[in-house]
Design a protein around this ligand. Structure first.
Ligand SMILES: [Zn+2]
Length: 284
């Protein structure tokens, strides 16, 4: 998910159903969180150990092996993302705070970011700092890939549209070697399609301004558009690359919902066919 910078929040990782699916309950949950703010005990940021992994600076209060496979994957994500999106790399530090337990993480977030919804992890961008907050739980690999992808992206591309920011993070949260194929999203999209309820609408996604307004299904469709552009034709890939270049050069970009139409007819049907083909490949 993406966070709040200046303070705008990019939501955390909730690519998966458990977290993103409860978005409707967020407003209700926030009442409870804000109400407890004065009572939340102080929890310090992890600081005992620091590991520098190129652009990432990882802080923990527990011992983290420097050769940990996940850490290697997160480091590789920097160059993978750069190569896949034709972007430069940055040296701007991304501070990654890894709490040992979910309880410590939640207490820290309630105390310091009481306005944030309840999530497993967050990426927070301010005017001066890129930071990730997460805890060492069962889904830490997916969570950290998602959040550090936000970090790598924000260090080189300003003002990413929300849907594209999340669609890219959902793409890069998939472990290496799977070409960004996000199986839970394929399942959700095809289930809805087979029930007659999915009509892709990129212009609608482009109007989303807050992660609180994004449903799990919006995350899935955002991912699908990203995968479609990156894995079908050169023309569609170039649409994405040009959009990222315009953002980097601070040229007001033409919405992708407009430029993608120039790549051929029936683009929405082609998107659905692409996801159907991914489902067929997964079932082979
Ligand atoms: Zn995100």
């Amino acid at each position: 998910m993406r966070h709040l910078a200046n303070l705008s929040l990019v939501e955390s990782v909730l690519s998966s159903a458990a977290l993103c699916g409860v978005r409707a309950a967020v407003a209700f949950a926030l009442v409870g969180i804000v109400g407890c703010r004065a009572l939340a005990p102080t929890v310090s940021l992890p600081a005992r150990n620091t590991v520098v992994l190129e652009q990432l600076v990882v802080y923990t209060d527990f011992q983290l092996p420097k050769q940990h496979r996940l850490m290697g994957e997160l480091t590789a994500l920097r160059t993978d993302l750069s190569a896949k999106l034709s972007l430069p790399v940055s040296d701007e530090p991304i501070h990654v705070y890894l709490f040992e337990s979910a309880d410590q993480f939640r207490r820290f977030m309630q105390r310091n970011y009481p306005e944030f919804p309840s999530r497993r992890a967050f990426f927070v961008e301010t005017d001066t700092r890129l930071a990730v907050y997460a805890f060492w739980g069962d889904r830490i690999a997916e969570d950290l890939r998602h959040e550090t992808a936000h970090g790598y992206l924000h260090s080189v591309v300003p003002d990413l549209p929300l849907w594209l920011d999340e669609g890219l993070a959902e793409y890069f949260e998939v472990s290496r070697g799977h070409e960004g194929v996000n199986a839970p999203h394929i399942e959700e999209l095809m289930l809805r399609f087979n029930q007659g309820g999915w009509r892709p609408d990129l212009a609608r996604l482009e109007r989303l301004e807050s992660v609180a307004d994004m449903t799990q299904f919006d995350y899935a469709e955002s991912w699908a558009w990203v995968h479609f552009m990156l894995h079908t034709t050169k023309e569609r890939r170039d649409v994405l690359f040009r959009h990222l270049t315009q953002l980097r050069e601070r040229v007001p970009p033409t919405p992708i919902s407009v430029t993608i139409r120039e790549t051929g007819p029936r683009v929405h049907e082609s998107l659905v066919e692409h996801v159907m083909e991914l489902e067929r490949q997964a079932n082979r």
